[in-house]
Write a protein that binds this ligand. Structure first.
Ligand SMILES: NC(=O)c1ccc[n+]([C@@H]2O[C@H](COP(=O)([O-])OP(=O)(O)OC[C@H]3O[C@@H](n4cnc5c(N)ncnc54)[C@H](OP(=O)(O)O)[C@@H]3O)[C@@H](O)[C@H]2O)c1
Length: 328
């Protein structure tokens, strides 16, 4: 491509601003068009980030015939429809996590990408952060032996606000889909699809899960645990425990810049901490990856493939069902 790669963004909230800022860090990338539900806000966002075109309706952006990819950053409940709208126009899509509200929707989205021969990836940005990649590579190389446990938390305190998407059940609110997805992603990345799932949840007055805890059970007695909450701050750390060592992903582990590898020797533990700092928010790694996939003519990412999104959402579906049966 001898011109810049033209991105569009649908839904101009908090994450869209960070994404647009990081896009400027990616060589060859350009923010071309943005769409909000309000034209004035779209114009203001376009002015802030140098986009040439601004629309007051998502459908108008999907009519653009000069986009190379669209990033969908609406609340969860709109991911499905916005993605289908773009895929049907043949526009490649990077859609925020969770890819949809449930696995039935994810299957429809993947089927659409396949049918329209158009790229689709869930924005699982963690997978592309160098310190996270480094940790996974050490595990693959057998540096901690056989994995026995994967433990991660993700919590922050949000004042209960029924108007916020996080507390609104109609918008897919709740801790599990918004942040519980990260511990589940870590478990899937290290151990794959669980054999059995146990979970409990604490539900608030608006009906969404404000806290969820889950255990994923694997063959050979390996387990993964996750704790996500919007009721209080947690350390946001992750540990992967193996038969001959451990990996600690320092806070905030879902986009780490520091990893400590411990290896158990006969009489001592050898520790090595690796620093892999980066500039920006950390979204530029996934942006560059998506551009490369599309330029190579791929329909899905080899590192965040459709099957991963399907498996992950099936796990979240099951955790959700268990949570509702085991209310804390
Ligand atoms: N990867 C990450 O690190 C990360 C971090 C935060 C959030 N996320 C994901 O990104 C998505 C958006 O999160 P956010 O925190 O950016 O949300 P947000 O700040 O609430 O913004 C969402 C945007 O969606 C648009 N929207 C359309 N219909 C809406 C409705 N009925 N109610 C509210 N907003 C509506 C809004 O308006 P306009 O279209 O008019 O702009 C708004 O700008 C979520 O799916 C979330 O899981 C990812």
């Amino acid at each position: 491509m001898n011109r810049k790669f033209r991105w569009g963004i649908i839904g101009l909230g908090k994450i869209a601003r960070k994404f647009a800022a990081d896009l400027a860090l990616v060589p060859g990338a350009q923010l071309h068009a943005v769409a909000a539900t309000d034209l004035e806000r779209a114009r203001s966002f376009a002015a802030d980030f140098g986009a040439a075109r601004a629309f007051g309706a998502y459908l108008d952006l999907a009519q653009c015939d000069d986009l190379d990819a669209v990033y969908i950053a609406t609340p969860h409940h709109l991911h499905h429809d916005a993605t289908l709208m773009c895929l049907e126009k043949g526009i490649p899509v990077l859609c925020e996590k969770p890819l949809a509200l449930n696995s039935a929707q994810v299957r429809t989205m993947v089927d659409s990408a396949r049918r329209h021969r158009t790229f689709l990836m869930e924005a699982l940005w963690t997978l592309f952060v160098p310190a996270f990649e480094y940790a996974l590579e050490r595990i693959r190389q057998g540096d901690i032996g056989q994995v026995l446990g994967v433990h991660a938390d993700f919590g922050f305190r949000l004042p209960r606000d029924p108007a916020s998407r996080l507390f609104n059940p109609d918008m897919g609110g709740g801790a599990l889909l918004d942040i519980g997805i990260y511990p589940a992603l870590l478990a899937h990345s290290v151990l794959g699809v669980p054999q059995r799932i146990q979970a409990s949840g604490a539900f608030g007055p608006t009906g969404v899960d404000e806290t969820c805890v889950f255990t994923l059970l694997y063959p050979h007695q390996a387990i993964a645990t996750g704790h996500a909450t919007v009721s209080g701050h947690t350390p946001v750390e992750a540990r992967i425990l193996g038969s001959s060592g451990a990996i600690y992903l320092h806070s905030r582990w879902h986009h780490p810049q520091r990893v400590t590898l411990s290896q158990y020797r006969e009489k001592e533990v050898i520790e090595q901490t690796v620093e892999l700092p980066y500039e920006g928010w950390g979204y530029h790694f996934e942006i560059a990856h998506v551009m490369q996939c599309i330029q190579e003519g791929l329909l899905e990412s080899p590192r965040a493939p459709w099957q991963l999104s399907l498996d992950l959402m099936e796990t979240l579906d099951q955790i959700g069902a268990h949570m509702r049966q085991n209310v804390l």
